[in-house]
Write a protein that binds this ligand. Structure first.
Ligand code: CS2
Length: 478
């Protein structure tokens, strides 16, 4: 990116004063660009002592070691068109990885007396839920219930850490989910309490009394880094930062104000503490993430590599706006003070950001975990109200088409999904005619209600048929 304008905000607080009071589990691209940026901004404003430890559970030990080598400091590049502003984040005091540091390192970190808050970005599948409860058939959960002192899942790690806190007579913690799930805090609480109750009811009761699980809505578009984005960062910075991240300039964090103990002053970094996050979560999940998934599946099928590429096509751009305003917005309780039309237009402008090479195939991953809250919940509402949901039907049919692994022009599409083996088995066993019916029988995704709903299944079949018989742009035009 030539002609880039940039400024660099270096760390301006005394890092030697930081004590580890916040632990972040699931330290990937999003956390680097979101939670840690809010936290860093707060440290700039308050010069407080809230240091952070970050962890990943499975892969990524080398990434954390590389961060240690940079003394925990990394660069965030915030991009809009040709503008790029750079900040150094200096909040991280330690990294922990069970495979590198031993199985006790993480539960011991959770049982540190200084710790007050744990934030989580472990993705939808990291909560190991089925029908809103802990999925005891999940392989990781089964293993962790058998050997709880050597946990491998985030839920197992949390419970083992909390058990050590309880045994040491320490205070409880605030456990703050930052994943794109409705009522994310409640779901996290359910998974943790179900797991703990399977071990000892006394531990579950202690967690219930001493810990809180606030809900939160998080928002910042942060594509996975590629060689070319590292190069953009290097050109702007004047040297390499292999820990760096590029993202958009927009960021939002709405947090339910229910902390077990001390609360970081994140409001000084523009986070909002509210009594009820639900309307914000629902609005963001349906308007932003719902249309992201819509663009991801239909865009990938039409050969569009990025979200900005979809926006450059007037038919896709208009369809995304129509989906938001005609099919998603009517299903929402819009938060007080929000102009939903302006919100939708701002989302379109964010999607148009050509500096972000946000791949449709990246957003297309984990569809089985994303469709229910992004598209199926609003569809349920339309079925109840008798209102139209043509574009939502195309999005779900687009997902089914995408799962076959081939675009309309015959190029291959990657299927990354925890349910991929079951999906692939359906793709293998059917020649096409009953494909939609077989996909609809995945009750973890569609629930028995939708699988058995005639209006739902027939609308899905005709949307799928339309995608099969015509090109995506024509299908979108109706
Ligand atoms: C995206 C989100 O990958 C996806 O599923 O929809 O990561 C999205 O970019 C963020 O939620 C934006 O806040």
């Amino acid at each position: 990116m030539t002609g880039t304008k940039h400024s660099l905000e270096t760390v301006d607080y005394d890092r030697t004063k930081l004590r580890i009071r916040l632990l972040h589990i699931g330290f990937g691209a999003f956390a680097k660009a979101h939670v840690l940026v809010f936290h860093d901004e707060m440290l700039r404003q308050t010069k407080s002592d809230w240091g952070v430890a970050v962890t990943r559970l499975n892969s990524g030990a080398d990434d954390l070691t590389r961060l240690d080598e940079a003394d925990g400091i990394y660069t965030v590049g915030e991009m809009s068109g040709d503008d790029l502003s750079l900040r150094q984040v200096g909040a991280i005091c330690a990294t922990v990885h069970p495979k590198r540091d031993g199985i006790d390192a993480l539960p011991d970190r959770i049982a540190d007396p200084d710790l007050a808050v744990i934030t989580l970005t472990i993705t939808e599948k990291g909560y190991c839920l089925k029908d809103g409860k802990l999925d005891e058939d999940n392989a990781g959960i089964r293993q962790d219930l058998a050997t709880p002192e050597a946990p491998s899942t985030a839920i197992g790690v949390l419970v083992e850490g909390l058990r050590r806190r309880q045994a040491a007579g320490l205070a409880g913690l605030t456990i703050l989910s930052c994943d794109n799930l409705p009522a994310n805090g409640e779901l996290c609480r359910r998974a943790v309490l179900d797991f703990a109750a399977r071990l000892t009811p006394v531990l579950a009761a202690w967690i219930e009394t001493n810990c809180t699980f606030p809900c939160s809505m998080v928002d910042r578009i942060t594509p996975a880094m590629t060689d070319s984005s590292f190069e953009t960062l290097e050109n702007a910075l004047g040297h390499k930062d292999r820990n760096g991240i590029l993202c958009e300039t927009f960021r939002q964090w709405v947090i339910e104000d229910r902390f077990a103990g001390a609360r970081p002053d994140w409001h000084l970094a523009s986070a909002e503490f509210v009594d009820d996050v639900a309307p914000f979560e629902e609005m963001k999940l349906r308007m932003l993430n719902g249309s992201h998934s819509f663009l991801a599946y239909l865009g990938a099928l039409a050969g569009k590599e990025t979200i900005a590429g979809c926006m450059a096509d007037p038919v896709f751009r208009q369809a995304a706006l129509d989906l938001m305003l005609s099919e998603q917005a009517p299903t929402l309780t819009v938060p007080d003070g929000v102009d939903i039309k302006a919100y939708a237009e701002a989302l379109i402008a964010r999607f148009e950001n050509t500096a972000l090479h946000h791949k449709t195939t990246q957003i297309a991953s984990d569809g089985s975990q994303k469709l229910p809250q992004r598209l199926l919940a609003p569809i349920r509402q339309h079925l109840k109200d008798g209102s139209p949901w043509t574009l939502s039907a195309l999005a779900v049919a687009g997902w089914m088409f995408y799962c076959r692994g081939v675009s309309k022009s015959g190029s291959s599409l990657p299927l990354n999904d925890p349910m991929s083996s079951r999906i692939e088995a359906i793709v293998q066993e059917t020649d096409g005619a009953d494909y939609v019916d077989k996909m609809l029988s995945l009750s973890e995704i569609f629930g028995d209600d939708l699988s058995r709903s005639e209006p739902f299944t027939s609308a899905l079949k005709s949307a799928y048929q339309r995608l099969q018989s015509t090109d995506v742009t024509l299908a979108l035009k109706g």
